[in-house]
Design a protein around this ligand. Structure first.
Ligand SMILES: NC(=O)c1ccc[n+]([C@@H]2O[C@H](COP(=O)([O-])OP(=O)(O)OC[C@H]3O[C@@H](n4cnc5c(N)ncnc54)[C@H](O)[C@@H]3O)[C@@H](O)[C@H]2O)c1
Ligand SMILES: [Zn+2]
Length: 388
């Protein structure tokens, strides 16, 4: 897998975009290929970037009040300057925005604005706006032009790239969804400056994931530059977003629909991570990145138990996770609920669960089924019922 990724990684193109130094990374998907545009100041170039795509005359923007208060004006100005008719639609600022009623309301507003003109949909926000907006773009009129403008670190390095869109049901997250690629992604590093630190850590967990699964020198970079990243240093953040975009673009380009087994490696830390989120009932007590951090360590624990790796890599990861301000274990959660919800995971196919397990920092393998006692031991080590 590692060798394959190195082969498929595309180069970063650099271009001066009317005074903004834009990095452009191609996600290669034949006729569905698109560019991820990365720069401090990229937002103000959105209008002209989208104009060049020639996908619409009007833009319907899905965002929320919080994000709109910071960035709607700037985006609107850029879109208007490029000649677009615009409408901004605020959804609720929580995971509840990914409900079927919220999707239906959005589509109703979109239809009223569009009136058959061929509008495109822009998601301005984190993974919530991106997933909801993407699913609406995929389903309205069987698909309209879609643009991602991710505003969280998690969205810039992960959710905005790769075409997974979804809404939730009462009994499972992301259960209703579609693969639907954006026409372009615009990642403005400056937007991360208003992000609360907990959200930076949330994204950092996915950043660390890329380093563990694919790139040991990037892991060393994170070890060296962690404090600057946590201080919102623009050049470090740009390096992080570019690196992760490049890595994700490579994986998605090799396995768009998660059918060839390759995209599976992105689920590293997510098996137990999702189960922890489910056991916390997706409440605000723990966010996705926090759960994934614990999940990555639990996966490392499993690797150590199976003799696939030694403890040195796990200890390095644990120390980076703790320095990031993420948790390496969680208390106040019933570990048996975590173990139970591991049984109800949509990633179980024909009774087989595929585990992504590290061999060392920078290299993972995919294993089918791990003995239940080893999984339980790892969960019990990282999750405890008694609040500490
Ligand atoms: N499609 C995928 O491949 C994929 C991958 C990972 C996660 N997801 C989904 O992403 C969602 C989580 O996304 P998220 O972590 O970005 O959370 P989010 O979208 O809820 O955003 C987090 C918070 O940050 C605020 N915010 C966003 N940008 C801001 C900015 N620049 N400044 C200040 N505040 C800002 C938001 O208003 C929100 O309150 C989940 O629903 C998850 O299922 C999807
Ligand atoms: Zn994730």
């Amino acid at each position: 897998l590692y060798a394959l990724t190195q082969d498929i990684i595309t180069a970063i193109l650099k271009m001066n975009y009317n005074g903004v130094n834009m990095k452009k990374i191609k996600v290669s998907l034949k006729e569905k290929s698109y560019f991820i545009n990365i720069a401090s100041g990229a937002l103000s170039k959105s209008g002209s970037i989208i104009k060049k795509l020639n996908i619409a005359k009007a833009c319907f923007v899905v965002t929320n009040k919080n994000i709109a208060s910071h960035y709607a004006r700037k985006l609107n100005l850029s879109l208007k300057k490029a000649g677009f008719d615009t409408m901004f639609y605020n959804t609720v600022d929580s995971e509840k925005a990914k409900s079927h009623s919220s999707w239906y309301e959005l589509v109703k507003r979109l239809a009223a604005f569009d009136r058959g003109r061929g509008a495109c949909l822009i998601a301005l926000g984190g993974g919530v706006c991106g997933d909801l907006g993407g699913f609406a773009a995929a389903t309205y009129r069987r698909g309209i032009g879609f643009v991602q403008i991710p505003t969280t670190l998690l969205a810039q390095v992960d959710s905005a790239i790769g075409g997974k869109t979804a809404i939730d049901t009462d009994f499972a997250k992301n259960l209703i969804g579609a693969f639907y690629q954006p026409k372009t992604v615009i990642s403005d590093i400056e937007l991360l400056k208003t992000l609360p630190i907990r959200q930076v850590r949330n994204g950092l967990s996915e950043v660390i994931k890329y380093a563990v699964i694919l790139d040991k020198s990037f892991f060393s970079y994170l070890e060296k530059n962690l404090e600057n990243i946590l201080k919102y240093d623009s050049s470090c953040l740009e390096r992080v977003v570019s690196k992760c975009s490049l890595l994700k673009a490579g994986v998605v380009g090799a396995d768009e629909y998660e059918k060839k087994g390759f995209r599976t490696i992105l689920n590293f830390g997510h098996t137990i991570g999702h189960a922890i989120e489910a056991a916390c009932s997706y409440e605000n007590t723990i966010n996705h990145g926090e759960a994934v951090a614990i999940g990555m360590l639990a996966a490392f624990d499993i690797s150590v138990s199976l003799g696939i790796t030694d403890a040195a890599g796990r200890n390095r990861l644990e120390s980076l996770i703790i320095r990031s301000g993420l948790m390496s274990e969680i208390s106040g959660v019933d570990p048996h609920m975590v173990i139970r919800s591991l049984l109800y995971d949509k990633k179980i196919i024909n009774g087989i669960r595929r585990w992504v397990l590290p061999r060392c920092i920078g290299h993972v393998i995919v294993c089918n089924n791990v003995p239940a006692d080893i999984v339980e031991k790892a969960v019990l080590k990282r999750v405890s019922r008694v609040r500490k």
